[in-house]
Write a protein that binds this ligand. Structure first.
Ligand SMILES: Cc1ncc(COP(=O)(O)O)c(C=O)c1O
Length: 377
């Protein structure tokens, strides 16, 4: 049985009429850049996240970058983030002319290890960005406590965690700002590039609104140098339709994850994801760990099963960050995970038969291999 890694057409099928109508409305009203459809989505998304304000922007990288700029991060500053992330988190820091400082991940949750955070703080630290990787919230209470003790703002990278919960609080609503990507493949995905920031801080929200729109507080009155990071009207309209299905889709993802857990959990050569009891994981990515990962990926592809790697090289070992001088061995947990992570097909419309086929194939690929140990510390 062939199983795609992601099937967006299947996901859009059930909403097709509403999506077509929403796009038609935007065309009929010529509301293409910003405008009422974006404003409506901003209200709905803020409410969904339990935050006072939401600001729609061009993509998740803009969301992170503008949040940091609005907090006044600049040259000479350090921003702490975690190595379990996509390049964009570090790029946003660098694009403010600040320096990223990395903390290793916790080996079970793959999110920022709070026990390693305080040692990374220096007098130059001006923000901390935990990342809710794969759809699971970082352990926010100790992170927020350490940050508050040092007077450092926390910006959540919730780009992979739409609707995830931590002790009953929504991803994105716990720090001074929460940043989201609405890239098409995300749990809440647009029909192109889009992103958003949620915050309870009215002044921060206003600063970000001005920054995303060429620094103008009134048309053609520019109080500062900003950028064009506005969200398209079509993306706002599409996201409003898709937001209504987000919770249902997340529940479907959770039930697929449970079935994968049941089918793969007892296999010594596979480490299945750990879901921390205090939260609700929304499984943007269902990543297992296996040895000889690249070989397994190829064997799965040969059988028509689409898997992916998130991410093959941790950010500190990317060529772009060579200047930081952080060699192999600096962050052992992130490095071993990067070698072993294998993301299995995961999307709401996946069928149980497809999940069984993926699990059977994966078990065939790894049979006869050495057991994996869950400890690199
Ligand atoms: C953790 C994380 N941060 C930031 C981003 C950047 O979002 P975008 O691609 O919308 O710019 C992504 C996107 O994949 C992400 O996964």
């Amino acid at each position: 049985m062939k199983v795609p890694f992601l099937d967006l057409s299947a996901h859009h099928k059930a909403m097709r009429e509403q999506l077509d109508a929403a796009i038609r409305d935007v065309i009929d009203n010529s509301a293409f850049a910003g405008g009422p459809y974006v404003a409506a989505f901003e209200r709905e998304f803020a409410q969904y996240c339990g935050a006072s304000f939401a600001i729609g922007v061009g993509n998740g990288t803009d969301a992170l970058w503008l949040s940091l700029l609005a907090l006044g991060i600049g040259s000479g500053d350090e921003v702490i983030t975690v190595l379990g992330t996509f390049m964009a988190t570090a790029e946003a820091i660098s694009f403010c002319s600040a320096r990223p400082k990395f903390v290793d991940i916790d080996e079970r949750t793959y999110t920022m290890d709070p026990n390693r955070l305080e040692a990374a703080i220096t007098p130059k630290t001006k923000a901390i960005i935990p990342v809710h990787l794969f759809g699971q919230c970082a352990d926010m209470d100790p992170i927020l406590e350490i940050a508050a003790r040092h007077g450092i703002p926390v910006v959540e990278d919730a780009c992979q965690a739409h609707g995830a919960l931590y002790k009953g609080r929504k991803a994105g609503s716990m720090g001074v700002a929460g940043c989201f990507s609405f890239y098409p493949g995300k749990n809440l995905g647009a029909f192109g590039e889009a992103g958003g920031i949620v915050t309870n801080d009215e002044r921060l929200a206003e600063k970000i609104r001005v920054l995303r729109d060429h620094g103008q507080h009134r048309k053609y009155y520019h109080s500062q140098i900003g950028w064009n990071a506005r969200m398209d009207g079509i993306q706002g309209a599409v996201l409003s339709v898709k937001l209504k299905r987000l919770d249902v889709s997340n529940v479907q993802r959770q039930s697929h994850a449970l079935l994968y857990d049941q089918l793969l959990g007892g296999t010594e050569q596979i480490i299945t994801p750990f879901e921390a009891p205090q939260g609700r994981h929304v499984y943007h990515v269902y990543a297992v760990r296996v040895q000889n990962r690249n070989q397994v990926l190829q064997s799965m592809a040969d059988k028509g099963i689409g898997c992916a790697i998130h991410y093959p090289i941790p950010v500190h070992l990317q060529e772009a960050y060579r200047f930081l001088g952080l060699g192999k061995g600096s962050f052992p947990v992130a490095e071993i995970c990067a070698e072993e992570f294998l993301s299995l097909p995961m999307f709401p419309e996946l069928s149980n038969a497809q999940i069984h086929a993926v699990a059977d194939e994966l078990k065939m690929c790894i049979s006869g291999r050495k057991p994996l140990s869950n400890c690199v510390k």
